[in-house]
Ligand binder design. Structure first.
Ligand code: ACO
Length: 380
């Protein structure tokens, strides 16, 4: 490609997709893609996945320390109290109900919630961030119940986040295994280094735009099928395959026609995603409780058939799909559920960005023509 020589922007070779570029320091999470290890603030997620709650993960990301009982109780109470939406925002959801996707509605909800927050100094920002963590879960439940014509269920701040969400969504008490499954999901997806949506939140925060603007950017970025939208597509594929015996021909055909198999491949992992074994194990447990292993068995067979044909890793989205479906969550709520977890990481990253801010502003290589002769509109 011949490039204009007098333009500095045209000289540097771009790194497509910013692959491998280190854009900032963070104390929040680290991903070792070679070994398949994910750590939050130095703790291996294998140690956090079970016997803890999503609230503990939030404390860890906000404080960079695991909480003691007193701190955890205080945060659990504050998140619980935050699971309330201003009535004006419920009106917005009502207005959009049935007209747009849940993920688009959620983006608008996050933006609308910003109208009800004051500008506060940096040291008062964590409570504002925490409110958003609570509010997003209630918004997802309300989006679903309104479009189904179901009565809204008020939040119960005395309950854990995962349990209360399932109760607000389905209008009945979840089983202990269901609560454990959602807790596990929320913990495992809470943060993941400089993934695309976190990066977009930090880019927005880097301009010193407010928290709600940054999280609105993140929700929009998460919605794409190459990022958070993949879990929904993975479930659609599992349903379409429909039978263990169909998996082989389905995958053969998809790969022959150069289709991307959703839930596989990753920019950073060279071995299976650190979160996969936990999500797979928990999805299995959920379907065992339901006494119906068909969809889980199809998922396992798809994974086997993909691996038999292509050296490709299984990412977080693949087994998230049967896990969420096993919780009776409709597929178009999968990505909003991802947002409900990742908002913990997004907000923690925004706080980290504000604390040590520098505008994030890379450059593009200009590859068009230069020194073109301008002609007024009448002559074009
Ligand atoms: N199915 C089939 N082939 C794949 C897949 C897939 N899911 N993923 C990558 N490949 C192949 C590509 O076709 C390419 O092959 P080629 O070199 O023969 O052309 C090679 O592997 C490299 O793939 P890229 O797309 O260039 O890798 P990149 O790092 O840019 O993309 C991504 C990573 C977007 C995740 C990709 O693997 C993908 O599209 N996966 C499916 C969507 C998905 O599951 N996204 C969720 C990711 S995890 C998350 O965001 C939470």
């Amino acid at each position: 490609m011949s490039l204009p020589k007098d333009n500095k922007d045209s000289i540097a070779e771009p790194v497509k997709g910013l692959e491998g570029i280190v854009a900032a320091d963070t104390k929040l999470s680290s991903v070792n893609g070679e070994k398949g290890i994910l750590r939050y603030c130095g703790y291996n997620i294998d140690d956090l996945a079970f016997d803890t709650t999503f609230e503990e993960t939030i404390c860890l990301l906000y404080d960079t320390e695991l909480p003691n009982k007193e701190r955890l109780d205080e945060m659990t109470k504050r998140i619980g109290e935050a699971r309330v939406l201003p009535k004006e925002v419920i009106k917005v959801i009502t207005e959009l109900s049935g007209k747009t996707s849940p993920m688009s509605t959620l983006r608008t909800v996050v933006s609308s919630l910003g109208h009800f927050e004051k500008n506060v100094p940096l040291n008062e920002l964590p409570p504002k961030a925490l409110r958003l963590v609570g509010q997003i879960s209630t918004a997802v439940a309300i989006i679903h119940r309104l479009r189904e014509g179901l009565p809204l269920i008020e939040a119960d701040p005395s309950r854990g986040h995962a349990e209360d969400f399932l109760r607000m969504l389905h209008g009945k008490e979840p089983t202990p295994i269901q609560v454990q499954a959602l807790n596990l999901y929320l913990i495992l997806l809470a943060d993941h280094g400089f993934n695309a949506s976190t990066f977009s939140a930090r880019v927005t925060a880097g301009t010193l735009a407010n928290m709600h603007s940054a999280i609105t950017s993140a929700v929009g970025t998460l919605s794409g099928p190459l990022h958070g939208g993949a879990n929904e597509k993975a479930m659609e594929m599992i349903i379409e395959v429909g039978n263990v015996d169909n998996a082989s021909s389905f995958i053969e055909n998809a790969l022959n026609t150069k289709q991307k198999i959703m839930g596989f491949g990753h920019r950073v992992y060279k071995v299976d995603d650190a979160r996969k074994p936990h999500l797979k194990g928990m999805a299995k447990k959920l379907w065992e409780e339901r006494g119906d292993m068909e969809l889980f068995n199809i998922s396992e067979e798809i994974e086997k058939q993909v691996k038999a044909r292509k050296e490709i890793i299984t990412n977080v989205d693949f087994y998230s799909a049967p896990l969420l479906y096993g919780l009776d969550i409709p597929t178009d709520l999968f990505t909003p559920l991802f947002a409900m977890s990742r908002v913990a990481g997004w907000t923690a990253h925004v706080l980290e960005q504000y604390k040590n801010n520098r505008l994030i502003r890379p450059r593009a290589r200009y590859v068009g023509t230069i020194d073109r002769t301008f002609r007024p509109i009448e002559q074009r």
